[in-house]
Design a protein around this ligand. Sequence first.
Ligand code: FAD
Length: 496
Amino acid sequence: MAQTSKYDLLIIGGGINGAGIARDAAGRGLSVLLVEMNDLASHTSSASTKLIHGGLRYLEHMEFRLVRESLIERERILKIAPHIVWPMRFVLPHDKGLRPKWLLRLGLFFYDNLGGRKLLPATKTVNLREGPHAQTLEDRLVSGFEYSDCWVEDARLVVLNCMDAKERGADIRTHTQCTALSRKNGHWSATLNSDAGEETVSAKTVINAAGPWVDEVLGKAKEGTHKDHVRLVQGSHLIFPKLFDHDEAYIFQNRDNRIIFAVPYEHEYTLVGTTDVLWKEDPAKVAISDAEKQYICDAVNEYLRVDVTPDQAVWDYSGVRPLYDDHKSDNSTVTRDYVFDLDEEQGARVLSIFGGKITTFRKLAEHALEKLELGGEGWTADKPLPGGDFDPMQFDQLVGEFQRQYGWMDERMLRRLLRAYGTRVHKLLDGVTSVSGFGEHLGGDLYARELEYLCEHEFVREADDALWRRSKLGLHLDKDAHAKVAAWFANQESTR
Ligand code: FAD
């Protein structure tokens, strides 16, 4: 009879929370297995607004702990992943009849000072009738504030955590679903399903980081118990061809008290969102509704000179926030903070995670491992993620260094690769001395070499993993290129 593999920790879910915990735990010397039923970051963690931020809006809801922790994490994450995280300035127009100027200024004063800001520039007032904002914003908007936050490639943050976890000894398995959990003599016995068939593994502790499926997984572990901890709140985004031509983002105040971001995206686009709508169906089926599309367009039309309609959007995406349900607040005010549920029956422990933000994943992982007292110290605060070992304020210098070494490469392509892979570009370009060394040209600046790298190092199995999660090349490539990428993967599959 085959022997059952044994782990200290079984992590269910390859979103940002599972990935962050896998990395931290592997670095503490624990034996870790992470299972993800689809691709890494295939659900909420690739569907965010992609901000590493304190959450200015949460100050209004008195979530000072969350905002402070997020602001402290903001610069830490910028430092450990400076290729996929970068500073961004946000313009908040003052609009008569909405929040008064003094209140915006006070909120931004706290925002600047709550979380030990060192690298990012402070808030300043802006005259919106001058410079690029005058051409972009409606005439009634005359002044506002400009403040700092950061942008993150959310799905890549998940993958980098899993790569690092693997390099520190963790077993990371995608397309592997945990279908059953049972307690046996102070351990867990877990049934896993994948292409390879069914397998049983044993683990001392289970981390339930299943995001929108957290209650479902908890139901497997605690058969028959009441499950209504999570509130699923849908959020959607629309992507338009550039709506303005500068690199600052906007934060618009809506009449319903919510806010909407309009952010420069992938050089040629503007990303606009998000919404807060209760979701009661299967989380895997979440999709933007016509009402959400109109709501997003209305916000743009209220603030920008250009008018947009839903059919002008080139792409959209939706995700489901797995929030901790206090059964009181409404969808936009229910806490975004994370909450742990630890069940220790019969000595086999399961820690379930509710809520949280991309921004707080590292601290959440540290807190989870502290709570479980599995030994080892927190170590992730200043250890770069794969490819992130350079100064966050020196990206252009990094490009210069690589240009000197790989002078034959097109600068635009080199910049794209450095933004995605950071210093791991050396690995991707190992042994390549000219464009012909990249192998088959698939479209735009995508060549077979990059796909090989993604399959070998970044857990990629299918075209969508590469085009929509490890990158957003899906937005830039034409139909022919999409077909070529699909054919490349089909060919790999047939030769496997
Ligand atoms: P997920 O990413 O959903 O991961 C859970 C994973 O578990 C899934 O991939 C799923 O396939 C897997 N799984 C489930 N069941 C099983 C099983 N039985 N076996 C194996 N695998 C399983 N945060 C920010 O910091 N900044 C933002 O700008 C921001 N914007 C947001 C905008 C929107 C619209 C939304 C929805 C969220 C936003 N967030 C933001 C919050 C953030 O995206 C989420 O808190 C975070 O991604 C949740 O990660 P997770 O790991 O808990 O869940």
